[in-house]
Design a protein around this ligand. Structure first.
Ligand code: RFL
Ligand code: PHB
Length: 397
């Protein structure tokens, strides 16, 4: 098999890249190690930045998002039993869209398969070679057969535990990381949202987040220990803890309902530099991870591939390599700004393990500033709705 761009991984990064390349007439084959059912049912992120929603809409995969996604004009920060609204739309002129990551993935898969373009699920033991040549090779097993795929370029969009980053020789990449002394217990519940907007709560017992997926489904998170066993969280305990942390003096409280899904997500910050080795380009979680407190992971993955798609379109059209040469540098600028924002939101809102009273006071002072100072609130809002996406880079008008 031969293609222009071999894309490893059918998450948001891989699927959006394939979609942007197809629009520009560039061929690609997407390889995904899991089944379609698995990929389409993983519950993950839920907030689309303004630029992400716009990109999906402008490239023809935003119909269902516009019908079913929920546009939010603000978020709430809750502490000391009170909610404080951050007026995202008023401060930035832009909004966010609440629409599940797996719905985005479903829409992109439907568009690709509907157009008859190659997307191979259940691709096993994927291996890369020849990355420092002009004809890199991807080998994998599919339906019991060994397959060889040659390409001009490989896009490593295979997430944090993928094989692409590992295929880079030792000593080339540098990794920066921070592990946090807590994790999130995520809960999906069949219950109507009790608030129209997301509520980020700093509570002495730990962070809690109120979010949603639809007018009938609530998404909730609780700060727990990093090694927390979900088995220790029967539904009654989850609801009791959610009430304790989320209830506010103005009468806000969660609505209970059947728990549809629950799981523990570790919290870490990781950046791998550079995001390129020879003809391999890393994008999304394969290159960097943020803690979910800023709702940035999926958006950042899509921002990377918008840059990569633009650089590849220019390269195929003119032979000019400048965009590809600048890929890592261009992406890392945004990556580090998003790293800072995600770390900052995380540090401001989580209770520290050591019950450090000085740090607690600093967190309250920070929240005070963010909710009382227009400058602080605007900074949070700008980052939350998302830094501008370079649409020209993605080949969009
Ligand atoms: P993804 O979505 O992980 O997609 C990578 C894809 O590659 C496949 N893969 C391989 N395919 C072929 N060969 C191999 N050897 C492969 N190895 C792996 C995987 O099966 C997968 O389909 O990465 P991408 O596209 O970069 O997108 C990034 C986002 O998914 C991620 O940043 C966010 O979902 C992070 N994240 C969250 N972000 C939020 O903003 N809010 C959240 O609530 C939130 N919850 C989460 C999350 C990430 C989680 N992970 C990674 C464990 C909850 C979880 C559980
Ligand atoms: C979600 O709805 O899953 C969600 C929302 C905001 C976050 C993280 C996750 O910061």
């Amino acid at each position: 098999m031969r293609t222009d761009v071999a894309i490893v991984g059918a998450g948001p990064a891989g699927l959006v890249l394939a979609h942007l390349l197809a629009r520009a007439g560039i061929g690609s084959v997407v390889l995904e190690t899991h089944s379609r059912e698995h990929v389409e049912s993983r519950v993950r992120a839920g907030v689309l930045e303004a630029g992400t929603a716009d990109l999906l809409e402008r490239t023809g995969v935003g119909d269902r998002m516009r019908q079913q996604g929920m546009i939010h004009r603000g978020i709430e920060l809750s502490f000391g039993g009170r909610r404080h609204r951050v007026d995202l739309a008023g401060l930035t002129g832009r909004t966010i869209t609440v629409y599940g990551q797996q719905e985005v993935v479903r829409d992109l898969i439907a568009a690709r398969l509907g157009a008859g373009l190659p997307l191979i699920f259940d691709a096993k033991s994927v291996r890369l070679s020849g990355l420092d040549t002009s004809a890199p090779l991807v080998r994998f097993r599919h339906d019991g057969e060994e397959v060889e795929l040659t390409a001009d370029v490989v896009a490593g969009c295979d997430g944090h535990h993928g094989v692409c980053r590992q295929a880079v020789p030792d000593g080339v990449l540098r990794t920066y990381r921070r592990d946090y002394p807590y994790a999130w217990l995520g809960v999906l519940a069949q219950a109507p949202p009790a608030s129209e907007e997301l509520v980020y709560t700093r509570h002495e017992r730990g962070f809690a987040l109120f979010s949603m997926r639809s007018p009938a489904v609530t998404r909730l998170y609780l700060q727990v220990a990093p090694d927390e066993d979900v088995a220790g969280w029967p539904d009654e305990r989850i609801w009791a803890e959610l009430h304790r942390r989320l209830r506010t003096n103005d009468g806000f409280d969660v609505h209970e309902g059947d728990v549809l899904e629950k799981g523990v997500t570790p919290m870490r910050s990781v950046v791998t530099e550079p995001m390129r080795y020879g003809r391999l380009f890393l994008a999304g979680d394969a290159a960097h991870i943020v803690p979910p407190t800023g709702a940035k992971g999926m958006n950042l993955a899509i921002a990377d591939v918008a840059v990569l798609a633009g650089a590849l379109v220019t390269w195929y059209a003119t032979g000019d390599e400048a965009g590809l040469a600048a890929y890592s540098r261009t992406c890392l600028r945004r990556v580090w700004r998003v790293q800072h924002f995600s770390w900052w939101m995380t540090s401001m809102l989580h209770a520290t393990d050591r019950d450090d009273p000085y740090e607690h006071r600093l967190q309250l002072a920070q929240l005070d500033s963010v909710t009382q100072s227009l400058a602080y609130a605007t900074s949070l809002a700008e980052n939350y709705v998302g830094l501008p996406l370079d649409c020209a880079a993605a080949g969009l008008p």
